[in-house]
Ligand binder design. Structure first.
Ligand code: K7E
Ligand code: CUA
Length: 666
């Protein structure tokens, strides 16, 4: 959506100035009892968890609603200095890809797992936009437990969207690119012959949540922007917004804005899955990483997959159709009944609403306008329920309240517009401050929205907060939507640039939280389950430190006999078992800097000392009144020196090892 900030005026002549539509009257927009409605008294919980994409920071942020308080930053696609994600040896494999270790990506969309089209509080799925990946977060532990890379794709924007029983997570490629088994070393202006737009269907294990790339569809070379699954009667279908039907490969702001209509693509995923089962599709040889987190060893593993089944347009003849949609559609949203599909044309002066029943009838009647690269195009009027007239400028995304109303964000005119889905009448409009992207109603893209609040995620804040420029805070705004008219209640700044978000009632997650982490369940190969077992072992130039931490000391806390050039692995086991007692670990000069070790876990910091000297180490998390005493020393001697390897706690050196020759194990 960053790109929309830059929407060229050449592309939207009708809009006199992008900043010209700034709404005024902030104060009057806030109603008298707003403060009371968002006030969560000290010691009280918020009503909803709100999971918000971090945009270009690659993470997911957890807020409470209605207070807007930031509760946690969940590391997903970027290394995270707060808890060592991507720094510790155990977590590094989560960020492996077929391109190697990637420390930072761009995260836009989130989907909560669903059962019968209702959010169920089990998992949260997130997309990496740049290097195409989908992540699964376990909401019992708020940890990223799986990341799957997507082959044949680039710019995984139309992702991740879920079917109503979490059978599949679906992802559409933003960039059309040559297939991985075709020669990609071709002239860019051979776009029309060589570039394809691929849709990925990731099967979900219903018990474990495990992801597996079941199949892909090789669609025409068009840009897929967003998508949503159908639900209830349309539950077998998936809908994708597509832009750049012009197939431009340069200056898209002009060249991809030529056609009056682009498309919504409708895909019958049940049929596609049956075709694959029946042996259709070709095997494409490629490479993509599958990274999984094992909670018992609290360690990640990365494996490289080599193959994927891909269905062609020809295979999908009876199961894939285009519906014309004005103009460069962005959001693609399906109402809670599954009957209405809303395409939001960024450059359109209206919002088209399509009818699922009409679409099915048009397909049965072969009411087609022609073909687009072999895909049947349904006649616009044949699938159209109607158009919302004059909704505002720059419609992007639509959410639903479950009471027959839709809410659409207007990027250019900076407002939220409420309209009735059946009669398409605009009912209310409220300003946003400013340039709103996504909207979110808890459960608002499921079959059962909790239609009490709406949050607008804004791109520009200009005069809303104390300035911190350059680069000002992005912002969310909370509206009360329980009445006929929307009421602005609260502004709160966000961490990173928010795109899509999800929310659900607090107790759906809080009741399942794990509160005790038994040290006995720790299956980490380098775990130290009591202080008596702590030790330091040299294997050639590798030194393994089996260390424990408990309030308020490390064991051992004095180590000598480390040499320059050694590879030292601090395997620190946190002997605490209560959910809220992590310990930190840091040693001077370490390039990885720190660990934060969760209760019951073992975490490994790799350290290669470069100079002889004394290296203090300490706990970085204020864990007790004597936290500041939780410290120790490591003595580093020159390479090849004979300093004996000894380690101790409270000067008990009876555990000293004699110096070990290179290559020996002790
Ligand atoms: Cu509109 Cu990437 Cu969903 Cu942002 S996208 S706003
Ligand atoms: Cu442990 Cu501070």
């Amino acid at each position: 959506m960053k790109s929309l900030k830059l929407l060229g005026l050449s592309a939207i002549v009708a809009v006199t100035a992008l900043t010209g539509c700034k709404p005024k009257g902030t104060e009057t927009a806030v109603s008298g009892d707003a403060a009371q409605k968002v006030y969560v008294a000290p010691g009280k919980y918020d009503e909803f968890y709100n999971f918000v994409s971090g945009g270009f920071n690659g993470q997911v942020n957890v807020y409470g609603l209605p207070s807007g308080r930031l509760l946690k930053v969940l590391p997903v696609f970027s290394v995270n200095p707060e808890n060592g994600y991507g720094y510790s040896e155990e977590t590094k494999p989560m960020l492996e890809t077929s391109h190697g270790f990637i420390p930072w990506d761009d995260q836009h969309h989130l989907s909560l797992s669903q059962t019968n089209a209702e959010v169920d509080g089990r998992w949260l799925f997130a997309n990496a936009n740049n290097t195409p990946r989908v992540a699964r977060i376990d909401l019992k532990t708020f940890k990223t437990v799986e990341i799957l890379e997507l082959p044949n794709s680039a710019g995984n924007h139309s992702s991740p969207f879920l079917t109503e029983n979490t059978e599949y997570v679906v992802a559409g490629t933003r960039f059309a690119v040559p297939m991985d088994d075709a020669n990609g070393d071709v002239p860019i202006d051979s776009f029309k012959e060589n570039f394809k737009g691929v849709l990925s269907f990731i099967g979900i294990d219903q018990q474990t949540g495990g992801m597996d790339l079941s199949f892909q569809i090789e669609a025409p070379g068009i840009n897929f922007d967003l998508s949503h699954a159908g639900k209830k009667k349309s539950g077998d279908w998936f809908f994708f917004s597509c832009y750049n039907s012009e197939k431009a490969n340069t200056l898209l702001e002009v060249n991809a804005s030529q056609n009056d209509k682009d498309f919504i693509m409708a895909v019958n995923w049940k049929k596609a899955a049956e075709l694959v089962k029946a042996g259709k599709g070709r095997k494409v040889v490629t490479e993509y990483a599958h990274n999984t987190w094992d909670e018992s060893t609290h360690s990640a593993t990365s494996t490289m997959k080599k193959e994927v089944v891909v269905l062609s347009v020809e295979d999908m003849k009876e199961a894939m159709f285009m519906i014309p949609c004005p103009k460069s559609p962005h959001g693609c949203d399906v109402d809670p009944t599954g009957e209405y599909i809303i395409g939001s044309g960024k450059l359109a002066a209206l919002i088209p609403v399509f009818s699922f029943d009409k679409m099915i009838k048009a397909i049965a009647d072969k009411n087609f306008a022609g073909e687009y690269d072999g895909v049947q195009v349904i006649k616009y009027e044949a699938a159209l329920h109607g158009e919302v007239q004059k909704p505002g400028l720059g419609p992007l995304h639509t959410e639903f309240d479950g009471k027959g109303n839709a809410y659409t964000s207007m990027f250019v005119s900076s407002e939220v517009v409420k309209w009735n889905i059946k009669d398409l009448k605009v009912l209310d409009r409220q300003p946003t401050f400013y340039s709103v992207g996504h909207l979110m109603i808890p459960g608002g893209d499921s079959g059962k929205p909790f239609g009490k609040y709406l949050v607008a995620y804004n791109k520009i804040t200009k005069d809303r907060y104390l300035p911190t420029g350059p680069e000002l805070a992005q912002s969310a705004q909370l509206y009360d939507i329980s009445g006929d008219k929307m009421k602005l209640l609260l502004d709160f700044p966000t961490f990173g640039e928010p795109h899509y978000a999800q929310a659900l009632p607090g107790d759906m997650i809080s009741k399942n939280q794990v509160k005790f982490f038994k040290i006995a369940d720790n299956k980490h190969p380098y775990a130290t389950k009591g202080e008596a077992e702590s030790k330091v072992v040299r294997e050639g130039n590798k030194v393994h430190v089996y260390m424990t931490s408990i309030r308020s000391h490390f064991a051992p806390d004095n180590i000598e006999g480390i040499r320059v050039g050694d590879e030292v692995y601090f395997h620190v086991t946190n002997l605490e078992q209560d959910w809220d007692v992590p310990h930190g670990f840091a040693i001077k000069g370490n390039e990885n800097a720190e660990l934060l070790i969760m209760p019951g876990e073992t975490c490994t910091l790799k350290w290669i000392p470069k100079k002889p000297g004394m290296y203090p180490m300490y706990c970085t998390d204020f864990c007790s009144a004597l936290h500041q005493e939780m410290q120790g020393y490591v003595r580093v001697s020159p390479a090849g020196s004979n300093t004996p390897l000894i380690y101790s706690l409270n000067n008990k050196k009876d555990n000293a090892q004699s110096p070990v020759k290179e290559g020996e194990t002790k």
